[in-house]
Design a protein around this ligand. Structure first.
Ligand code: ZN
Length: 432
């Protein structure tokens, strides 16, 4: 989906901005009124290429960009538009006879409907509701609570500070067995608006610690492995997506000589930085930053992973939406050296997901399955010798997009949990 960038600059601070008019409450200060999400079906590479220019001119927000060379494989692009850009885009599509469908006619109306409104009943941490989206302060309190409650299995630490000075907290799960342990890294919320990510990270921790005693597989995993879980990678952006702009994606850094905020934290890693699939324009949503690791969040996590690279056997990063399990490379079409092992684990993970509710995931190298991107965390982790590196694109395939209702947190997390357990068990076995 695509939306104009201009609206990003008008924002209010404070808890989710509500305005009241004629007895109705509007979230986020009613800023998305009349905005649309349009799904576009380009039927050739040429058409997709021309569309890309149109998107750029109209400064729409691409929720799901279509790839150049794989258009024929049923790829679509979802575009979030302002009122003005939607008029221009729709008339262009009609004139050029390009197939399209309006997915959301009024984004504000969708946000304001009961289904998408986060339930905001505050409960004690003992009754923490994993089927709700939580703002950053609640997630942080929950992390400390988990550390206190399961002190033999959960350790909390910070890898550094964000641009706005927030701590970058990570939970380390695992039984302290004194012996050398391999490790797995899991992060969620690199992109702020993908709220299902942080919800999954919390679900994972809850499942891991609560099933340790009764589930022999989980006991084995936590006895033999350390699992690092970072529920919210892009803390500043996530906070901003709660309070000011639900569709914010980037970090919140400010760079000299530019009025636009933020860098795409998944284009900022020191691996083919600023190549294909990343923008050098600070106002673009896939802006790769002024230099690699310019974002303190990326630098802090990269330093931690680098120091721990000999222990870490798998890097898992959670995104939305597309229903895919992706592995390297993102930046090129060549196959990775250990393709058969990585592909086998991905294939089994996809089958595990399907076994729960029949949800269908695609899997494969990111470059050919989704699109070419450079400077991604997944490619970086792989380049540093972490043999299993995956990016998950969780539910759905565009019906709700980033506004996945809370009622779908449980099924999404349940099936994803099976996939992650599956990959973890694979890592404990030998694969050559
Ligand atoms: Zn993402």
């Amino acid at each position: 989906m695509v939306r104009t960038q201009g609206t990003h600059h008008i924002f209010l601070l404070g808890l989710i901005s509500w305005t009241s008019s004629a007895g109705h409450c509007h979230l986020y200060n009613n800023r998305y009124v009349g905005e649309k999400v349009i799904r576009i079906f380009p039927k050739s590479d040429k058409e997709a290429d021309e569309l890309r220019n149109v998107y750029h001119q109209l400064q729409v927000d691409l929720w799901q960009p279509s790839s150049i060379s794989h258009v024929m494989k049923d790829t679509v692009s979802d575009v979030h538009t302002s009122i003005n850009s939607s008029h221009a885009l729709l008339s262009y599509l009609t004139k050029m006879k390009i197939k399209h469908r309006i997915l959301v006619n009024n984004v504000q109306k969708m946000l304001d409907s009961q289904e998408f409104r986060p339930r905001r009943k505050r409960r004690s941490l003992k009754k923490y509701n994993y089927e709700e989206y939580h703002p950053l302060n609640e997630i942080e309190s929950w992390m400390f609570f988990m550390n206190k409650t399961y002190s033999d299995l959960v350790y909390i630490f910070s890898v550094g500070k964000s641009y706005e000075g927030r701590q970058l907290f990570v939970l380390k799960l695992g039984k302290d067995t004194q012996s050398y342990k391999k490790a797995i890294w899991i992060d969620c919320g690199i992109h702020a608006r993908e709220w299902i990510g942080p919800a999954f990270c919390q679900w994972f921790v809850k499942e891991a610690v609560s099933s340790y005693k009764k589930d022999p597989a989980m006991r084995k995993i936590l006895n033999l492995l350390d699992i690092y879980v970072m529920p919210v990678f892009n803390v500043d952006g996530y906070h901003f997506s709660w309070h000011s702009d639900r569709f914010w994606r980037k970090t919140r850094s400010k760079h000299r000589g530019c009025h636009c905020h933020g860098v795409d934290a998944n284009r900022n890693w020191k691996v083919h930085w600023s190549d294909e699939g990343a923008s050098l324009n600070p106002c673009d949503n896939n802006y790769c930053g002024p230099f690699p690791e310019s974002e303190p969040e990326v630098k802090a996590v990269a330093q931690f992973l680098y120091r721990q690279r000999k222990h870490i056997r798998a890097y898992l990063s959670f995104h939305a939406y597309a229903q895919m399990i992706l592995y390297p490379y993102s930046y090129q079409y060549n196959a990775i050296p250990n393709l058969s092992c990585v592909e086998l684990a991905a294939n089994n993970a996809v089958l595990a997901i399907r076994s729960a509710y029949g949800t269908r995931y695609k899997h494969g190298p990111a470059s050919t399955t989704l699109y070419l991107t450079s400077g991604s965390s997944m490619d970086w982790a792989y380049s540093k010798g972490i043999p299993y590196s995956y990016a998950f694109e969780l539910r759905d395939t565009g019906h709700y997009g980033f506004l996945l209702p809370e009622s779908l947190i449980r099924p999404t997390c349940t099936e994803t949990m099976l996939a992650v357990k599956n990959i973890t068990m694979h890592i404990l076995k030998k694969c050559h």
